[in-house]
Design a protein around this ligand. Structure first.
Ligand SMILES: [Zn+2]
Length: 269
């Protein structure tokens, strides 16, 4: 277990630099943090059917990209603080788009996308859970009744799809996620927000949301999603907005963004 010791020693010996732009000082300088302080709707270039209403704290571009990579792949775990704060902003934004209901603020459940076994082995940690934990701290400090809910698990095999809707069937066939065993299903008032680091094609969020939606009682608000960053795409002039709607039930529409849409080309999420 020399890794943490070496990292701690490096912190003492080497000056700390911004993971985004390399400026000496904070782990993420104010300028780079500012790129993750304006949450907006995120939609992939080809929106998968069933893609949940999603907010991103910023674009996965410029200094944001190395900052996320340093955190995710190079073990700079201290970046969980600024990146978790960014995720909290995205969660707050997507939750605020759902109209209020009687009975006070609804509980907000952050459901982390589980890392793949290969990812866990390679990184030795679950970076999305680290982000989720920090985001919960931020949201609670802001007065939102938020908590982490580990409702999703990875799985390896496909179950019988009899009796499933089209969306559920696709999720089942894709077979990436299942509901966790022995976790109480949240009540109908709870707002469920799938959280991840980056959205690109939207396939992961779509699958995760479908699994969760299948477990929601009738009349419950739709499953939402929030990410630190979304792969950007160029806005197409003259095209109708592809911003997000909350489909179904009485929850209305997600507030529309300012027109700078996020998402990206096909690739891995
Ligand atoms: Zn910076």
């Amino acid at each position: 277990m020399a890794g943490p010791w070496i990292a701690a020693l490096a912190d003492l010996v080497l000056p700390r630099t911004c993971a985004g732009c390399g400026t000496p000082g904070a782990v993420l300088c104010p300028s780079c943090s500012g790129l993750l302080a304006r949450p907006r709707p995120a939609a992939p270039r080809r929106v998968p059917w069933g893609f949940p209403p999603t907010a991103a704290a910023g674009a996965y571009a410029g200094p944001v990209r190395p900052a996320v990579v340093e955190f995710k792949e190079r073990g700079r775990a201290e970046l969980a603080v600024p990146l978790g704060a960014a995720l909290a902003l995205a969660v707050a934004a997507v939750v605020s788009a759902v109209p209020g209901r009687p009975g006070g603020p609804a509980p907000v459940l952050l459901v982390p996308v589980p890392s793949s076994p290969a990812g866990l082995r390679a990184r030795g940690r679950d970076h999305v859970r680290e982000l989720t934990g920090r985001a919960v701290v931020e949201l609670r400090a802001a007065g939102l009744p938020a908590r982490e809910a580990r409702l999703l698990r990875r799985r390896g095999r496909v179950r019988d799809s009899a009796g499933l809707s089209v969306a559920q069937r696709r999720a089942n066939l894709a077979g990436t996620f299942r509901l966790a065993d022995a976790v109480p299903v949240p009540g109908p008032r709870a707002l469920m927000v799938v959280v991840d680091d980056v959205v690109t094609t939207g396939a992961t969020l779509t699958e995760a949301a479908a699994v969760l939606a299948a477990a929601r009682p009738a009349g419950a608000p739709p499953v939402l999603a929030a990410v630190v960053a979304a792969t950007p795409r160029a806005a197409r002039r003259g095209r109708p907005g592809a911003d997000l709607h909350v489909v179904g039930d009485r929850s209305g529409n997600v507030r529309r963004g300012s027109g700078d849409r996020l998402s990206g080309p096909a690739g891995s999420d």
